[in-house]
Structure formats: C-alpha cells, structure tokens
Write a protein that binds this ligand. Structure first.
Ligand SMILES: Nc1nc2c(c(=O)[nH]1)N[C@H]1C(S)=C(S)[C@@H](COP(=O)(O)OP(=O)(O)OC[C@H]3O[C@@H](n4cnc5c(N)ncnc54)[C@H](O)[C@@H]3O)O[C@H]1N2
Ligand code: MOO
Ligand SMILES: [Mg+2]
Length: 404
C-alpha cells in the first residue's frame, strides 16, 4: 500500500481493473445490422474490410494538366482532352497533355500533373510547363489509401462521424454492430421530485435521472426508465427483482451507510458484492454487485459523485461489455493553476477549467454541486497521497472525452 491509500478503500485503478474483468465476463455479444445513418455511437461487431481500392483509380490532386513525363522533352504540349471529375477518359494521346481537374481520373498513359498556376498558355493553346516536374507529382495513385482486403476498422471500434465517413468511402451501407445494452435507471430517494412539479418541504428535484438517461442514450444504450425508487427495503427488493431482463441496473443514491440507504444494503446482504467503497472523491460509496444474476451499479447520489463515477467507471464498464478495448479516458497532463498542500486519502477529481494553459478548479468542490460540472471543461485528477505546487502537472480529462 502506498502512503496515500486509506485502509478499506479500493484504489481507483484496482476498481477499474475489477470492473473490466467483470465486463469481459458478461459481454453483450448479440449483433444486428444497421444502416450507416443509425450507426453513430454504436460498436462495430466485425472488422470492416475494404471491398475496393481507395482511390479506386489514379486521379489528379490538382486542377491543372496531366502528361507522361518520360515522353516529354521540355517543349510546350498541345491539349488533347479535357477531363472533369466523374468522367471516364480515353488514353492520353502521345505528345500531348490533358486538361484535368481535382478528383478526375488520370488518363491511361499519363503519370504526372502540374497545377495550372505553374504553366503558361501559348497563343496556339499549347501549354508551357515553367517549373521542373517530378514524376508522379500531384497524382493520387490507385490504392494509395487502402487496398482491397485491408482491415480498416477493428471489431470493437466505437463508430463516430469519422468511422461512418470511412465506411461510406468504401461503399458500405450497413454495418454489423453490437446490440444496444439495456440499462435500467433508478433514482433512489424519498426527497426526490421530478422537474415540473412543485417542491414540498425537504424535497429536491431529481437531477441524476436526466443526467444519466441523456448520457446513456449518447452511449448507444436502450434506457429503461425506472423513475424514482422510495427509500424502503421492500420496494428496493421489489424494484431490483422486477428488472430481470436488463443488462445493467444503474441506480443513484442509497449506497452509503445511512439508515435509509437500502440499495447497498440489499446488494451486500442478499446479492453478490464485487466492489464497495473506493478511494475516490467524489464517489466513495460506489457499489457494484449482482442481484438475482443481474449486474447492479450503484452510483452515489450526490450529483457530482454520479457524474464522476459514471464517467470514470460506469462508462468504461458499459463500453467494455460491448467489446471496446480502449475505454478509460486518457486526458493529458497540464500545469496546475492552484496548489494542493494536504495529501488526500482518496483520489480527487476536481471539476476544473483551463485558463491561460493552467488547470483552475471550480471554487466549490462539494459533491452536491452539479453547477461545478456545468462550469467545468474537464476533470482534474489529484492523486491520493500527493501535494501540488502551482505549475506542477496533473492529469486533465476533458468532459468532451467522456460525455458520449
Ligand atoms: N456516515 C457517513 N455518511 C456518509 C458517507 C460516509 O462514508 N459515512 N459517505 C458520504 C459520501 S462520500 C457520499 S458520496 C454520500 C453518498 O450517499 P448515497 O449514495 O447513499 O446517496 P444518498 O444519501 O441517497 O444521497 C446523497 C445526496 O445526494 C442527493 N441525491 C440523491 N439522489 C439524487 C438525485 N437523483 N438527484 C439529485 N440529488 C440527489 C441526496 O439528496 C443527498 O443529498 O454519502 C455520504 N454520507
Ligand atoms: O464520495 Mo462523496 O461522493 O465525496 O461526496
Ligand atoms: Mg438517499
């Protein structure tokens, strides 16, 4: 145990490693074929193999003139044809050049293109090449990007705009993807009220439900909205037991040690518990287990704790169940714009911004303050047992890296 670890609290890396093993043991293996238009955010189930060369034929990278360099002695050349993108040119006549435009096929026999800015047109229409020419210049050869049979995307790739564009460039209209994980969202807490209704004494609005449902949908999950679950042992058992057909029950709240924290209790006493109590702030009481065989991830109820634990642990868990290999956010090192003098027992994830190239934390890091995350551009990691002076580097994980 290193100096900063707190006995009984699981280090974050160990928790993530355990969650990854649990995810690998419960893959969502079924696949379906979807149109590219419906594939954004989904996970590729089979490698994408090129069924054609890219480009499919040699073409010009510039608007200009195509010629065969070996046959050219430096003299001005007559223009024997004009080739636009989308046309199918005949072969290049010997002793001539072709007017050609960007993306147009190179005529057979031509091997070099000069851009039009570097030529002069003679009175009789012949083209004088004014600059030295290199063989093959401004030509994009057939198969330069991809050869037929190349694997361009591995199974387990998460599909986004770039991957969809790449598949389209290969003429692929449908892809085999993993089916959407079915995730039930439960918000525990007698104090919770949905927006749109008026607040009674002691009540607050349910923010976690909206936050998690929107995030899960961006992740390609099919959400089963379990609404608000009362702080009641019997109702907790019943709610968990009724969700036998989902891939994951994701709840918030009720995992600490309070007398109304029943979710953790049910898992600890009646289910199987794989992790509980992490060396992470916010997020310590994060709980993972199974209830009647269904995986249950209990996120702490404080909204910033929900955000951090979903982004750093639940999101990687779900993606790994879909076969995605690189799941943990990478972030990057940035200099601190603050100092940290008291080494913590838990790894702290500060909601922070970059200002003048330095990490600046939101002034109120209470785990109940969701506004800190709306202000923030990322999460800055202060490792347990360490101190920081201004200018020391720390990991900054942009929210954009994890939100989706
Ligand atoms: N004696 C101890 N008390 C607490 C400990 C501890 O170790 N010993 N840990 C604290 C930490 S750290 C956290 S985090 C919280 C987490 O508790 P729970 O996950 O059991 O969550 P609740 O108690 O149900 O709620 C915590 C807080 O968050 C609010 N909340 C809950 N759900 C929502 C929601 N859907 N939308 C908005 N806000 C929500 C709730 O009202 C509470 O204020 O436990 C500490 N206690
Ligand atoms: O771990 Mo709790 O999330 O600090 O507030
Ligand atoms: Mg509660």
């Amino acid at each position: 145990m290193s100096g900063g670890e707190q006995p009984g609290l699981l280090p974050v890396e160990e928790a993530l490693a355990r969650l990854m093993r649990l995810a690998e043991a419960a893959p969502i293996g079924e696949t379906e074929r979807v149109a590219l238009a419906d594939a954004d955010g989904r996970v590729l189930a089979e490698p994408l193999v090129a069924g054609l060369d890219l480009p499919p034929w040699a073409n010009s990278a510039m608007d200009g003139y195509a010629l065969r360099l070996a046959d050219w002695q430096g003299e001005p050349l007559p223009v024997s044809q004009r080739i636009l993108a989308g046309s199918a040119p005949g072969p290049l006549q010997q002793g001539s050049c072709a007017r050609i435009f960007t993306g147009a096929p190179l005529p057979a026999g031509a091997d070099t293109v000069e851009m039009q800015e570097n030529v002069e047109l003679e009175g009789d229409g012949r083209v004088r090449f004014c600059e030295p020419l290199k063989p093959g210049q401004n030509v994009r050869p057939q198969g330069q990007e991809t050869r037929t049979g190349d694997q361009v995307l591995a199974a387990g790739t998460r599909l986004g705009p770039i991957e969809l564009g790449l598949a389209a460039s290969l003429g692929v209209a449908e892809l085999a993807v993993r089916r959407r994980p079915r995730v039930a969202v439960l918000s525990t807490g007698d104090e919770l009220v949905e927006p749109g209704r008026s607040l009674g004494p002691g009540q607050i609005y349910n923010s976690n439900r909206r936050l998690l449902i929107a995030w899960l949908q961006r992740l390609g999950c099919a959400v089963v909205d379990g609404g608000i679950l009362a702080d009641d042992l019997g109702q907790t058992r019943a709610a968990l037991g009724a969700l036998s057909d989902v891939d994951l029950i994701l709840s918030t709240g009720g995992v600490s040690v309070g007398e109304a924290d029943f979710l953790g209790l049910v898992l600890r006493e009646e289910g199987e518990l794989s992790l509980w109590k992490l060396a992470i702030k916010p997020g310590k009481p994060l709980t993972f287990g199974r209830y009647r065989g269904v995986p249950v991830l209990g996120l702490p109820g404080n909204p910033a704790s929900t955000l951090v634990t979903f982004g750093l642990l639940a999101r990687p868990y779900l993606l790994r169940r879909l076969g995605v290999q690189r799941v943990a956010p990478l972030g990057f090192a940035m200099p601190a714009g603050f100092s940290w003098s008291k080494p913590g027992k838990r790894r702290e994830y500060l909601r922070a911004r970059l200002e003048n190239g330095r990490v600046v934390p939101y002034p109120n890091q209470s785990s109940g303050v969701l506004r800190s995350a709306a202000w923030a551009e990322g999460i800055a990691e202060v490792v347990e047992g360490t101190t920081l002076a201004e200018g020391d580097s720390l990991r900054f994980i942009p929210l954009s890296e994890i939100l989706g």
